[in-house]
Design a protein around this ligand. Structure first.
Ligand code: CA
Length: 232
């Protein structure tokens, strides 16, 4: 799985050198973009396996670069932020960053995150081809619109099915309330209470008898995340 190409978007020359040497040592091939504009151009030339994107860039901020990339491509993106405020994290995840890291970070941690994201993407690709997801005793078939628990059909409402589908398709990634509302209820809905209610019902159906949820995890103030079985 090495020899994946990583596009490093970073304007600091010392940081560029450090990242390039650390990543190539580990078998990744690295391309460096020093600005947001350059990053967008390189992505257009040919998509890398992953983008490591600094938020503080000279021409436009990394959040904007991520937004533009996301509008066109599904390439995995790890955001690197200099600030650790919850707002930055939320924005980074909300606009589709797969993960984020706060400067200064430990090189070992960066490598671990890169590997985790690449692993998740390749697992997701495999599963996306047949539209069947399974975890614990559950099997969810998106084409058949069927959810089985221990081979017995579970009766999910349409909303519950769509919620679960949105979470499972984005597993191991935070889904904000806004994203869930948009995916399930459509545009213009802002009341988050139904999300909590339906999640609660879903948990009861999927994980009966569990006092603390194992798969559908709450991220207070942000939304929910489905923890995939490969994360166990
Ligand atoms: Ca910077």
């Amino acid at each position: 799985m090495n020899d994946a190409e990583i596009l490093v978007v970073e304007d600091d020359v010392n940081m560029q050198r450090l990242l390039a040497s650390q990543l190539t040592t580990r078998g990744y091939s690295v391309r460096i973009a020093g600005s947001g504009g350059e990053a967008l151009k390189y992505a257009q030339d040919g998509l890398p396996e992953m983008i490591l994107l600094d938020i503080g860039l000279p021409d436009m901020d990394g959040i904007e670069v991520c937004r533009r990339l996301r509008a066109l491509y599904s390439v995995p993106i790890i955001m690197v932020t200099a600030s650790d405020t919850p707002q930055t994290k939320v924005s980074a995840l909300e606009i589709g960053g797969d993960d984020y890291l706060t400067k200064p970070f430990h090189m070992g941690e960066l490598i671990a995150r890169i590997r985790a994201v690449l692993r998740r993407v390749s697992a997701a690709k495999e599963q996306a081809s047949d539209q069947v997801y399974s975890w614990d005793l559950i099997k969810m078939d998106l084409d058949k619109r069927e959810v089985l628990r221990d081979n017995v059909p579970l009766h999910l409402t349409k909303i519950e099915f769509e919620l679960l589908k949105a979470l499972v398709k984005n597993r191991d990634r935070a889904m904000t309330y806004e994203q869930l509302l948009l995916a399930v209820w459509g545009p213009g809905n802002t009341d988050v209470r139904p999300v909590h209610v339906h999640i609660c019902n879903l948990r009861r159906k999927l994980e009966p008898g569990l006092t603390s949820p194992r798969r559908i995890l709450a991220i207070p103030g942000v939304g929910y995340r489905f923890r995939g079985p490969q994360d166990d």
